[in-house]
Design a binder for this molecule. Structure first.
Ligand code: GLN
Length: 544
């Protein structure tokens, strides 16, 4: 049976619990263990699919089509283990299931309550689908003391009693703030947080103390004493120069060995950290740099494009170059006065990312036009590919070309899909239906044209599988006028109906994809589209 590591956070949010879980997973994996990481989100949305990226950052989509918390992206990028629907649950989803059961009469007249019904459902989720994993890490969203996380804490408390004594471990992530006026690190918030956790019946085994200054031994001892934890299990976690340094840094502070010790494992193999040494070597010793402009909508909050940001850096790692990212609000290219050349000329590559809604679309189309005319490497992702097709259609003389997402149009170059094939058979949607959970989501195959640029990028592959999250599609009925402008449909769905990839063979590097390649890129295994795009940007940087 798998061993369970429960990760909770205290004092404040944004301590990097997700990265901590991902790094601990990576370290255990480096010792040869099989790991899985799960996220429990206490909010009432059924999934984050309908939340604004400004509120919650990006929605991370899994192969099996789940819209999940962005922390699952960290888990997958750090461990290479594909996340699944079964790895993310929210209070909303748990209540939805319980209420559906109650309406069906499944509870046989019982009063349905938080304890035991909600807590049982949480435990069931934690224990489901264990496979042959050695460790299952469960991160609880939010901060200890939040009202909404109480049922999750209670479920953990019960599980710690019900499973074997050496089968569970509690890691609590806290903050040790530095008070500049006093010139001191303060341990009191950590003490309070551990007391709060203890009052819920959970005694932490390992404390990971986030701090901006080194924690002296005397303070570690104090934390250990007051919090009833061994001193070696008080792990200082200082701010890291890069997220890629975190696994090595936490290893050096003893995190993985303390966790193993907590389980009573004394014969664990030494970790093979070569993957992380290589990644950090590439990251900290670049041999050049490129500047990429991302012309999008949610540019005010980087978490909104988390995976994209990471994938661009991975493309840099593949080419040993530093990638500078300029986040540009597409709307700035929409005014009469806008001087698009001044903003885009210094860039070595232009990327139009995924997005929703009409706002900024004309600015995105103008950026595509600039990249096409000026031979600047271009990558369009999802909405970005749709904009590249609208730009191509206008070039073909269809001035009214648009997307039905932006309102009624005479030239629906991009239109809503109401029917498509998936592994489960024909999927159908109504145009005016629900917004939550009604997109083409998850992994779908695409067939690549034999002599295309993308087939070279994908190492000669003829069939690929990539993750989708969209409601609209490029309308294959416009293929002929688009191809006349040199925009070739080089990847299609297996039934030949849905355009998946477009490219311009007469351009140095111009690719649009209907899917989200950024979701599958890893620092130790950069996605070929990003490696290729950054390589093209590097060539461009030598020209300008
Ligand atoms: N808004 C577009 C659609 O729904 C694109 C979505 C996206 O870029 N993820 O099709």
């Amino acid at each position: 049976m798998a061993r369970y590591i429960f990760i909770t956070g205290g004092v404040v949010s944004s301590l990097g619990k997700g990265l901590m879980a991902a790094s601990l997973g990576a370290l255990l994996q480096a010792r040869g263990y099989k790991v899985r990481i799960r996220k429990f989100d206490p909010y009432l949305n059924v999934d984050p699919g309908t939340m604004s990226p400004y509120q919650h950052g990006e929605v991370y989509v899994t192969d099996d089509g789940a819209e999940t918390d962005l922390d699952l992206g960290h888990y997958e990028r750090f461990t290479g283990v594909s996340a699944r629907q079964a790895d993310n649950v929210t209070s909303g989803r748990i209540y939805q299931q319980i209420i559906a059961k109650e309406r069906r009469g499944d509870y046989l007249g019982a009063t349905v309550q938080v304890i035991p019904h909600v807590t049982d459902a949480i435990k069931e989720f934690a224990l489901a689908d264990q496979g042959d994993h050695d460790f299952i890490l469960c991160e609880i969203g939010g901060t200890v003391g939040d009202i909404e996380s109480l049922p999750f804490m209670e479920a953990i408390r019960q599980l710690r009693n019900e499973l074997e004594p050496n089968q569970t471990l509690s890691v609590h992530v806290t903050l040790v703030p530095y008070i500049a006026a006093a010139g001191e690190l303060k341990t009191k918030p950590t003490q309070h947080s551990v007391r709060e956790l203890a009052s819920l019946g959970i005694k932490p085994d390992v404390l990971l103390c986030r701090a901006e200054h080194p924690i002296p031994e005397s303070e570690r001892r104090k934390i250990a004493n007051f919090c009833n934890v061994r001193m070696e299990a008080v792990i200082p976690a200082l701010d890291a120069p890069s997220i890629y340094s975190v696994p090595l840094q936490y290893h050096n502070e003893g995190l993985d060995s303390e966790v193993l010790r907590g389980f009573g494992i004394t014969d664990a193999p030494e970790p093979d950290l070569s993957r992380w040494l290589d990644v950090t070597d590439r990251y900290f010793n670049p041999e050049g740099e490129v500047t990429i402009g991302v012309v999008g909508k949610y540019v005010g909050l980087q978490d909104a494009y988390k995976s994209l940001n990471e994938a661009l850096i991975h493309g840099g790692l593949a080419n040993r170059v530093k990638v500078n990212i300029r986040w540009i609000d597409a709307e700035v290219f929409e005014g009469e006065e806008s001087d698009i050349a001044a903003k885009l000329e210094p860039l070595h590559g232009i990327l139009v990312p995924g997005g929703f809604g009409e706002r900024g679309s004309e600015g995105k189309i103008a950026s595509v036009k600039f990249a096409r005319e000026r031979d600047v490497p271009f990558l369009g992702i999802c909405l970005g590919m749709q904009m590249a097709c609208i730009e191509g259609a206008r070039l073909a003389g269809l001035e009214k070309a648009s997307s039905t997402e932006f309102g009624p149009t005479q030239e629906p170059v991009v239109g809503i899909i109401t029917e498509w094939m998936s592994k489960e058979g024909l999927q159908t949607r109504e145009a005016g239906g629900d917004l939550g959970g009604t997109m083409r989501l998850g992994a779908y195959p695409a067939m690549l044209a034999g002599n295309s640029h993308v087939s070279t990028i994908y190492g000669g592959a003829s069939e690929i599988s990539e993750r989708h999250r969209h409601r609209y599609e490029v309308n294959a009925a416009y293929r002929e006028p688009l191809e006349r402008t040199g925009l070739v449909f080089s990847g299609m769905s297996p039934d030949g109906l849905l355009p998946e990839i477009v490219e311009r063979p007469d351009h140095p590097w111009f690719v649009g994809v209907q899917y989200h390649p950024e979701l599958k890129s890893k620092p130790f295994d950069p996605h070929p589209l990003f490696s290729g795009f950054i390589a093209a940007a590097l060539r461009q940087s030598r020209l300008v």
